[in-house]
Design a protein around this ligand. Sequence first.
Ligand SMILES: [Mg+2]
Length: 396
Amino acid sequence: MPPPLTILHLDMDAFFAQVEQMRDPSLKGKPVCVGGIPGEDRSVVASASYEARKFGIRAAMPLRQAQKACPHAVFLRGHYKLYQEVSKRVVKILEDYSDRVQPSSIDESYVDITGVLKYWGGAEAIGRGIKKRVVDELRLTCSIGIAPTRTLAKICTDLNKPDGLTIIGPDDLERVIFPLPVEKIPGVGAKMKKSLNTIGIFTIGQLAGAPQEQMFKRFGVYGPQLQEIVRGQTNREVHTEDERPDEKSIGNSRTFGQDTADRELLRTYLLAIVQMVGRRVREADMAGRTVTLTIRYGDFHTLTARRSLPRLTSDENEIFRLAWKLFEERAMPGVPLRLLGVSLSGLVPKKTAQTDLFEKENKVFKAMDAIKDKFGEGVIGRSSTLGVKIKKGPGK
Ligand SMILES: [Mg+2]
């Protein structure tokens, strides 16, 4: 049994929307949706302020639907470069508390604070200290959960949002976590919830206490795994940037608001993900050869498929063609997916991968990236990408 850990999970509250409200104080207290302009962008809401959520608006909701739910909401395309900068500053604050910080997305991080608890005067002092610094320095609120494992810490964060701080120790599991419904477990979606409910499992406690054999019969290895996770018996460590096993890869993934089996939609999502990857690879001035596709089904079953291109590239068309091929070969038709991810590995600095062709295509993409930097992701790109319109300029 590994020694007990204390893991802190931080999640910025309604991140993009809150940054916009901080940027333009006239938006404070108003329903704000970031992701695009209804009628102009065929996109979804990327982030909704808490004022907008009161009208039922959620991330991943189509813009038109959001507008219908709240006609007076303010819709913005967003300032993604700014979000990245703010995100980096949050990570910097976390790194002042512990050197074991792992950002898991632009607005979430895990921090192993086990070794620094004494130094800072305990978990609560650390949680409060971080929250205060985020407010003082960035004028933003965040929610924090502190628990013995990563998953439990994330559940705690979600228990108390926005601006929350929730701390549990190993002894609080039964009292705080077990009464919660199973859908509070990160990643347990509607389908898994339904499957669990049909066999009489409604709470996390019921899941933790169910016979392992029954869980295995019903869900395969994933069943008992899930039980270990909610009992706090499985602890993935927090890995800092330089400890990651495959640091020479750049990837993005996307969890869908709702599981989907719609191939057209999945193709569009995949293209959007690949465009992000291509962009990051070019920003890093790298090129790579190996494309890895991650597919996660609604029931959490996850598979990865990997194949190499004939040459080094940072061209998203090439990456996409191979990623889609892998998808067509491996994804079970008609089975709803929960997440898609693509990464490019075997990366080398572009300097070592120079060819004329490489240079030429890079120039085109770099010009596109510059426009995106200035006016946001939604402005330019292939027309079939979700939320993307081809436009000559910034438009309005
Ligand atoms: Mg968040």
